[in-house]
Design a protein around this ligand. Structure first.
Ligand code: PMP
Length: 291
């Protein structure tokens, strides 16, 4: 992904894509002192930009480092990076990490670097399969106990189990993996939160050991505005047999219907498809309103 044209915002400057490099002794690489965001720009507007930037700062604070910019500066830099690359519809990836000035578990005086890259990423899942629902298998790893890992941070280190699980799923022909949590409750997919439908009511896991996604909260608000009841609670794996629909939500995934989670089957129907369309309209509608 490093050999392409374009510009990356790196520590306050635009650098040609191929030249946006770090040293091999980067602390973030060795010790996972790295936090990032995933945002989408629709029609020239980044959806919930400041919420994402604020989460980036919160994630950094949780990992005990301070981003040397203001939230407003990073907001502007995200928009400027899209503009510099001539993109109006793209994925936006800000990342902050400890540099190579110090190595070792302790690296208190290392420099904090920030980069922002943007690229076209039309659909996280193949659009044709998306409407039919994607197939998920069970992940080998569980979301950790909040006492084991800083689960509220969107931190690189927490993605180790996601990549392992997603690779294993893909090797077996699935689109993604569903993770349980440390207690055995259904948690989330490797890069998206999950919702289930039963008798017209939405059920979604309580985000007490995984990211309470911005899309998740947006979908909850959309559903409630439509008069749909939303229940946030612990969900047992066996309960999946009682749900009729399932979909996953995230900035990259948007609202993606699911047809299968391991031994449990679902049929994307009215509620999933309606929320998929409403979310798509919302993200683009806001872009039009503020353009
Ligand atoms: N969980 C994980 C593990 C994720 O990577 C993401 C994507 N950032 C989400 C949930 C959804 O978060 P959001 O809706 O804020 O993109």
């Amino acid at each position: 992904f490093d050999d392409r044209d374009g510009w990356i915002w790196l520590d306050g400057q635009f650098v040609p894509w191929r030249e946006a490099k770090v040293h091999v002794l980067t602390h973030g690489l060795h010790y996972a002192s790295s936090v990032f965001e995933g945002e989408r720009m629709y029609g020239g507007e980044i959806f919930k930009l400041t919420e994402h930037t604020e989460r980036l700062f919160k994630s950094a604070e949780i990992l005990d480092f301070e981003i040397p910019y203001t939230v407003a500066e990073i907001d502007e830099a995200c928009k400027a990076t899209a503009a510099k690359n001539g993109l109006k519809d793209c994925y936006v990836r800000p990342i902050a990490w400890r540099g190579s000035e110090m190595i070792g578990v302790s690296a208190q005086q290392s420099k904090i670097h920030v980069a922002i890259a943007v690229w076209e990423w039309p659909s996280y899942f193949d659009p044709a399969t998306k409407a039919k629902g994607i197939r998920l298998t069970w992940a080998k790893y569980q979301r950790p106990d909040p006492k084991t890992a800083p689960i509220a941070a969107k931190a690189a280190g927490l993605y180790m189990i996601c990549t392992i699980s997603k690779h294993a799923a893909e090797k077996d022909g699935y689109a993604d993996a569903m993770m349980l949590d440390y207690r055995g409750y259904v948690a989330e997919a490797t890069g998206a939160n999950v919702f289930f439908v039963k008798d017209g009511v939405l059920h979604t896991p309580k985000p007490d050991c995984f990211l309470d996604g911005i899309t998740r909260r947006t979908v909850i608000d959309l559903a409630k505005a439509k008069g749909i009841e939303v229940v946030e609670r612990h969900i047992q794996k066996e309960e999946l047999a009682t749900f009729t629909e399932c979909f996953i939500v995230g900035t990259a995934a948007e609202v993606t219907p699911v047809s299968e989670v391991g031994e449990f089957k679902f049929t994307p129907a009215k509620l999933s498809l309606d929320l998929m369309d409403t979310y798509a309209a919302l993200v683009r509608g806001e872009a039009m309103a503020t353009a």
